[in-house]
Design a protein around this ligand. Structure first.
Ligand code: ATR
Length: 275
């Protein structure tokens, strides 16, 4: 049970049932001896929910699907990266009751990528043009990488390409594109659609690394195909852990134990996958 002095943190999304954030954050708070509890809320009315952050003295919130963009107008401040990406995944309720929005998805992505490759000067083919794609392109540009956007819907991809000043190609042209690293930001292949992939296996030979930001399942069809095509693969679990670690840094101002967080998440995902 939460004591009266315990701090409360929350997850706002809809649905939230399958999220691993409560498991990861609660285990990490405990490990760090932080007296805090992290509670998932399936949000019915976003404006009311955000008002409740102050009313209930919730100290920090993670924002997930489908509210990452919709939440922005309700906040007192939004940092520059979130504005450029157009999405917030973290709220801090500061000591003065000011609600500040941040985006840690892009930091999560580059922290994970940098564990495997030196990003500077490398080319990245980004599949998709939603919020996750925008966070990815933002992070890649920050690290001196060269992103190319590929998307099913041309207008959406072109708009994003204009926003970030990078090239766009329709997804159907993937067979003609080469890059150091391919990153899937579409939901194709996520449980329960584990046998689907956004790409034909033949097109994967043009990439040295293939990353899927999906972490459920840990090894998507895309990653299995990529391994067979001789690529090095990265699941979305690392990015998930790092974006959560960055949230704890924003909320508590301290560096959390990332290896521990990863272990907790991987254990649960392996259980779910039945491995
Ligand atoms: P998020 O904000 O989580 O990134 P999103 O805004 O819904 O999610 O974006 C999902 C991306 O995945 C979109 O770019 C979408 O392509 P469209 O712009 O054509 O809609 C892409 N996507 C979703 N389902 C897809 C599919 N079956 N094949 C290819 N791309 C798909």
């Amino acid at each position: 049970m939460a004591g009266s002095s315990s701090e409360i943190f929350a997850l706002f999304g809809n649905p939230v049932r399958h999220s691993l954030s409560p498991l990861m954050h609660n285990a990490t708070f405990k490990r760090m001896n932080i007296d805090a509890h992290y509670v998932p809320f399936c949000v019915k009315n976003l404006e009311d929910a955000v008002r409740g952050i102050r009313g209930l003295d919730i100290r920090g919130v993670s924002i997930t699907i489908p509210f990452k963009t919709a939440v922005m107008p309700y906040l007192d401040e939004v940092d520059e990266s979130s504005l450029r990406i157009g999405a917030v995944n973290t709220i801090l309720n500061d000591d003065k009751g000011c609600l500040k929005g941040y985006n840690t998805d892009w930091i999560g992505l580059i922290r994970d990528l940098k564990e495997s490759l030196d990003m500077r000067g490398k080319t990245f083919a980004i599949l998709g043009a939603g919020g996750a794609a925008r966070a990815s392109v933002f992070g890649i540009l920050k690290e001196g990488g060269i992103p190319v956007i590929l998307n099913r819907t041309v207008e959406k991809g072109e708009k994003m390409a204009r926003d970030f000043g990078c090239p766009f190609y329709p997804l159907s042209e993937i067979g003609n594109r080469k890059a150091d690293c391919l990153i899937n930001t579409t939901p194709v292949g996520m449980n329960p659609d584990r046998e689907r992939s956004p790409l034909a296996k033949e097109s994967l030979v043009h990439f040295r690394w293939v990353m899927d930001i999906i972490y459920n399942p840990l090894k998507t069809r895309l990653l299995r195909d990529a391994e067979e095509a001789g690529c090095m693969v990265l699941s979305g679990a690392g990015m998930f852990v790092h974006q959560g670690a960055e949230q704890i840094k924003i909320w508590k101002g301290v560096e959390p134990p990332r290896a521990f967080m990863k272990q907790i998440v991987l254990e649960r995902l392996k259980e779910r996958d039945g491995n």
